[in-house]
Each structure stands twice: as C-alpha cells, then as structure tokens.
Design a protein around this ligand. Structure first.
Ligand code: HAM
Length: 430
C-alpha cells in the first residue's frame, strides 16, 4: 500500500530541531515583554473578505496564493460563507482590534503573535505553504501617539535587539517610506503613465500589473525588466511634507539608538495596506536561505482599520519568517568554528584513571569544560583525540600525580609547559 506523506510545501518539525524553535520563541517572548507587548491569538481561518479588503485584491497573496473554500451553510437555504486560511496575521489582528473595541481604551495596543500562516506559493528552500511567523503590531487612536515616528523606530530597534540576542550575524535593514495614501495614489498614477509607452516590452505579469497595480511592478525580479524599472520615478518625489518629516524623524531616532539601515527607494512591499514606513531585514548570501533572503518584513498601515470598517487607528508592525530565521541560525552555527573544550586530560596508564577523573572534577567545578581520555590509550591516540576536542591537553602520569607539577600542551601555540597544580585553572582559562 502506498504510504501517506505530508502535503507538498508543509513539513514536520522534529527534535532536536524543535528545541531551537522553542529557544527562538522564548527569546522573542522575553524581548517583547521588555517592550510592553502582550500576546494575541487569532483564528487560523477568517472570512475571505477580510484579506480581500485588508491585504488587497490585486496582491499576489490574495489573487493567487490563498487557500479558500466555500463553507457549508447551516441549512439548505443558508448560503455558505467563503473562508480562507490566513496568509498573514495583520488583517486578523486589526479585525480583532475592531471587534473587541480596543480603541475605546484610548491607549496604544502592543500585540504580538506566533503562529502558522498559509500561502500557496511554489515551495523551495525557505518558502513553504505552511510557514510560521513571529509578528507584532502597535496600533491605537491617533491621540495615543500611534502615528508617531517614535513607534516606528522603537519597533525597528526592538527587532535589531532580538536578532542580536539570537546571534543572527550580518543582518541588513532596508528602509523606505511609501508615503501617505494620497502620496501613494499620486505615485501610482505617475507610474501608470510612465509605464504606458514601455510596458509592451515587459513580461506578461508586469504588463498586467502596470494596469491594475503599478506599484507591484517595483517588486518584480524579472531580469529583462530591470532597466525599465530602474528608470521609473521614485516615491520620494511624491512625498508630502508630512511624509518626508515623518521619515526623517524615524531615521533620526534610529541614528540616536545606533541602529544601522540602508535606504531603499524601491522597497514598496507586496501588501496594499502599507503607508509611510516600510522595511525588510535580509541576511547575507550563504546564510542558508538561498534566494529567499528576506528574514522579515513590515511597515506602517495607517488606514487599515478604516478599510475594515473600524475607527481611525494608525499602526505599525512586522512579521518574522520563523522558518527562515531557524534556517539562518542553523547555517550560521554550522559555518562558525566549532567551540573547543578548555582541556583534555590524558591519564598515563590505567592506574592513573581515578586521579585523572578527580582532576577533571576539580576543573569542571572551577567552570572549565573538560574531557578525560583513558589510561589504556597510547600517547599518540591521546594527542589525536585531545587535538580534535580541546584547546589544551593535560598529561597526568605517576610523576605528575606525586609532584603536583603537570605537563600541559597548548595546541594553538604548539608549546608544552610544566604547570603547578595550583595554577592549572588560571593557565587553562587563559
Ligand atoms: P510578508 O512580507 O508577506 O509580511 O511576510 C513576512 C515574512 O514572512 C517574510 O519576510 C518571510 O520571512 C516570511 N514568509 C512569507 N511567506 C513565506 C513562505 N511562503 N514561506 C516561509 N516564510 C515566508 C506580512 O506577512 C505582514 N503581515 C507583515 C506585517 C506585520 N506588516 C505589518 N505588520
């Protein structure tokens, strides 16, 4: 009988890898707590209209990647509802914010979530059909300070802190502003106009986007279209004075906190709800992600609540691709030099085993990492094992036991020295 396998684009997470997932999530929870975030858990499916209205009909996510089905009605005459597995969680969080009248507190809400999302994309390394996001959203009525540039910078500084605490190396923050909804509308019109005479030279997807949602053309990776794309007008030419000032304030606060960023005028991101600040964190090639080098993305969505029928509630947030974060940590750990033990103790003869073990006990109690060989090993074998495992080897023979003077071989320096027992810990630490 044919065996049943996990569905294409989904995968099982098994030990020991799940320990790393738990470590990442625990670190994220600890960091989010320091910045005053509380956890929100929303359903994994929602009515389809939420994503159509929130994320945008013309986005790749909504137009081709959603898992949508017609739910059965309760009775014959009851028409079923169209439901969708969530492809992202910002729309769901804002829906919950409106549904639970959170705006009425007048306070800023800081919410985080960890959970699976679903997109019917072509699976490859770092891209799955069920993937995990660790995300957060900050939103509230304007008088709670929710549209302040300080919030943008705080979220970005928190992300830098989290990635550093997890030990992610070489991350790069790309930053842009897509302007207000009005700036964007003007920019969209200008793009459409600029694309009109040249779009016939572009790929089929971009020809369609040039009509329906010209901003999406900027995301295109199509090599043949890059020359045209590079010559298109830039969003910064369409920023209102307010948008420009807001962006300057975000950058000034990041500079004050020492968070490095690179301005990227073409970063418009693939979801329609963004206004003003948009950003992405990437990792360098060779970090285990192949072409999927976007570790996380996010931005501001000042009009999303109103688009979903709620009160004015500007907000900003992000989602980390947890699968990609794990792949990065694994690849970077594998590339790093394996950590060696502080010492390998080599007993010279089986009769020295007990004394060698006692010495190992003393050294471990002093906080050193230690392995012990066996007295039956020939000296050559002890040297080989010690060289693989440890930075230094301690020879423990009859003479050493009686005199209290030990011979220590330092592999990096290629030196052998005599060390009194009382100085051994300090010498091995050095
Ligand atoms: P997004 O850029 O669509 O934004 O996704 C965020 C991150 O999720 C990506 O940078 C990537 O790491 C990960 N991701 C996306 N698709 C996949 C996939 N198929 N397989 C593995 N990882 C994937 C959002 O989802 C917005 N909701 C972020 C946000 C929050 N904006 C404001 N608040």
């Amino acid at each position: 009988m044919a065996t049943i396998k996990a569905v294409r684009g989904t995968r099982d997470l098994l030990p020991p890898e799940t320990a790393l997932w738990n470590h990442v999530e625990a670190t994220a929870r600890a960091v989010f707590a320091r910045y005053g975030f509380g956890e929100i858990r929303t359903p994994v499916f929602e009515v389809t209209e939420l994503f159509a209205r929130g994320v945008g009909e013309e986005t790749d996510i909504v137009s081709k990647e959603m898992y949508t089905w017609e739910d059965r009605g309760r009775t014959e005459s009851d028409k079923g509802q169209s439901l969708t597995l969530r492809p992202e969680n910002t729309a769901g969080v804002v829906r919950a914010y409106i549904e639970h009248k959170m705006a009425e507190t007048g306070m800023l809400e800081k919410l985080f979530y960890i959970g699976p999302q679903f997109r019917r994309e072509r699976p490859q390394r770092g891209r799955y059909r069920q993937f995990w996001q660790i995300g957060a959203e900050v939103l509230g009525p304007p008088w709670s300070g929710s549209d302040s540039a300080l919030r943008d910078a705080e979220v970005l500084e928190m992300l830098a802190t989290l990635l550093n605490e997890l030990g992610v190396k070489g991350w790069r923050l790309a930053l842009n502003s897509v302007g207000s909804a009005e700036d964007r509308a003007k920019y969209s019109a200008a793009l459409r106009e600029a694309l009109q005479p040249v779009k016939h030279k572009m790929c089929e997807d971009n020809q369609r986007r040039a009509e329906t949602n010209p901003l999406r053309v900027l995301d295109s990776k199509e090599p043949g279209d890059q020359e045209i794309i590079n010559a298109l007008p830039k969003i910064s030419e369409f920023w209102s004075e307010d948008s420009r000032t807001h962006f300057e304030q975000v950058k000034a606060a990041l500079d004050a906190c020492g968070v490095a960023y690179v301005e990227e005028p073409r970063l418009v991101r693939g979801l329609d709800y963004y206004t003003r600040t948009t950003f992405e964190f990437t990792v360098p090639d060779g970090s285990g992600l192949g072409t999927q080098n976007a570790l996380l993305g996010g931005g501001r969505y000042d009009g999303l609540s109103e688009m979903l029928g709620g009160p004015k509630a500007p907000g900003i947030g992000f989602a980390i691709g947890e699968d990609r974060l794990i792949l990065t940590l694994q690849a970077q750990a594998a590339a790093a030099e394996p950590k060696k033990l502080d010492a390998f103790i080599a007993p010279m003869g089986v009769s020295q085993n007990a004394g060698a073990l006692k010495l190992a006990q003393d050294l471990r109690r002093a906080g050193l990492t230690v392995e012990v060989g066996d007295g039956s090993f020939r000296l050559k074998k002890s040297f080989e094992a010690a060289d693989k495992l440890a930075r230094k080897m301690v020879i423990f023979g009859e003479d050493e036991a009686s005199s209290g003077i030990l011979t220590v071989k330092d592999f990096a320096a290629g030196e052998q020295t005599k060390v009194p027992c009382a100085e051994l810990v300090a010498m091995l630490k050095g």
